[in-house]
Design a protein around this ligand. Sequence first.
Ligand code: HEC
Length: 142
Amino acid sequence: MKVFKTSLLAIAMLAIVSCSDKKKEEPFGKIETTEEVTTTNEATENISDGDLAIVNKGKEIFEGKGTCVACHQPSTKVVGPSLKEISGIYKEKNSSIVTFLKGEGEAIVDPSQYEVMKANFAITKAMSDEELQSLEAYIHSF
Ligand code: HEC
């Protein structure tokens, strides 16, 4: 009889322990994971240090004074096409993003929305060739 009582107690304790375990786990299950925007390092694993410096400079302009990030994201279309899409099409057509940003090219990605993009030439035309080249390198890093 004593053995029976002890094992009952043991089972009861086990039940309590496993219950409280579940409670402890719950908050973790509820934490929402926010997806990080792809970092330059991830996207540019295979390029040399010198190129990486240019790409990082481009990223800085893209997210800073260029304000490009407001309409362009690495892999999803927001207002403008994704950087992956832009890079893919420019590589395929062997076309120059620098020329486009100088306002000397034509839209080849999404011509129907060209007017929206055109408004940014006020900013990009004021940039140096070096700055435009870094933007181009940044876009091609995706
Ligand atoms: C107000 C929103 C907006 C901002 C800010 C913006 N873009 Fe765009 N961009 C667009 C839209 C919309 C398109 C699609 C139209 C097009 O293809 O021209 C586009 C297209 C492009 C293209 C592809 C052009 C082509 O050949 O079709 C490039 C390259 C580009 N943007 C680069 C940039 C850069 C670099 C910046 C920052 C200096 C920037 N964009 C800022 C909206 C924006």
